[in-house]
Design a protein. Sequence first.
Length: 181
Amino acid sequence: MALKPVIYKLTLNLSDLNRHCYQDFQLTIALHPSETLERMVARIVAFALNAHDELTFTKGLSSVDEPDIWQKTLDGQTALWIEVGEPADDRIKKATRIAQRVKVYSFNSKSAVWWQQEQGKFSNLVADIIQFDDQHIQALTKHVSRTMTWYVTISDNSVTVNSEQGENEVSWRVLQGQALQ
């Protein structure tokens, strides 16, 4: 019998000072049986950084043909393709042919090694590669509960999350491409 995903409900109260976006999002997030809390938290932070009414979580790990998060246009085109983790360059090459914009958010302790080994392969691809501080992502997992409310403030290169469990900051650095626009 296949394991089922764990479902989380998140009220995301977003104040993005970089993009002047102030909005609440009611999100349902499925944690795939093979997914870690750290990866799910990185997906949530990536969503917050790109928040838009048409931005949605996909089947993610359950579907090889979809990214973790995407934004579709009204005519069904892919405006934004977001991968979380350390994807292969051929997957991102395919994404750049499908989507108008591609972003990769790397988040764990292997991230620096992955980037050092793969940087040359990504240099010819039009994709933004962003690296979250892995210790910040790890600390943010303490804010996870089945039903949660996060107050997220984005300013410069950091995300501050306030919840019932306290406050944590997640910083990042841009490895390739434009800053988070």
